[in-house]
Design a protein around this ligand. Sequence first.
Ligand code: AQP
Length: 333
Amino acid sequence: MKKIIFSGVQPTGNLHLGNYLGAIKNFVKLNNDDNNNCIFCVVDLHAITTKQIPKELKENTLETIATFIACGIDPKKSILFNQSQVPAHSETAWILSCVARMGWLNRMTQFKEKAGKDKEKASIGLYSYPVLMAADILLYDASHVPVGDDQKQHLELCRDIAQKFNKDFNVEEFFKVPEPLIQKEFSRIMSLKDGQKKMSKSELSDLSRINLTDTKDQIVNKIKKAKTDTLPMPSSIDELRKRPEVNNLIGIYSSLSEESLEKIINTFSGKNFSEFKDFLSQLLVDCLDPISNEIKKLKDDKEYLNQILSDGSKKANEIASKKIKKIHEIVGF
Ligand code: AQP
């Protein structure tokens, strides 16, 4: 039996190094494994939980697909589509929102972070975002969901919703309870300006993130300006853990080079930050330059990208429409 892998990315702007190291790099590995059937979704319904400009949303959807392919996901092996083209996602989300409990959603930290102080003005969609995410995953009987660490809580909620639906309607194992696939190390890449905040597309300052389409000069400049502290490079893991910004930069280095933290610390211990930053910039440029060139090339071929979305949506609709039909029967429609 093949594993069914499902994950989504919001088309809310330039994808960044956090999306790449926390999620997409893992998607590529999973896509390359013949034991998996992978479904990767551009979650445009999730994107509109915060304000989007329609023309930009369309462009960002194509850019997200271009990024998937540029990073190494093969559209012939994996299903790539956008969520809005498969109506069963919205419909299942409604049904599941009648199963999920307010108390469960009230605990979601992402809503609290994204809604900020003025929760009264946040959209209802932003609040029920994790229920839609559960619908995405459960519709395809996904066994595994590769995500960054920030989505861990939402996945736990998805598991709770699946179990409650199965129990409430007495349909044991109708919804498969999915397993999260979260990398052990560096599953949360932090902002270059604040080691306590995650790197994010919606953060106002572009200096806080490395976009996958950044030029060499932009990368070098952002790493040069990345926040550190006044101490020299750390000489032990214990010391590293107490310095969030430095921990983040060395973590990025380790994740890209696949070298252990110990080895990196030994190499740079006691040296100036500028020396380490030069190596890190070079590593980033070597890794991201081919991806960024490919994204730019693919973005010019809108016909090709639209064709991939249309083919992927057809395949996804075939799977999802069978599942929603069964949901109707179970619920009593
Ligand atoms: N900083 C991060 N470190 C590790 N993984 C991350 N992911 C996002 N940020 C980081 C992972 O990338 C996948 C796609 O995320 P998303 O675009 O659907 O939504 P998000 O988590 O809300 O990402 P952003 O960049 O913060 O977007 P905005 O600003 O639009 O909300 C997910 O698997 C996520 O875990």
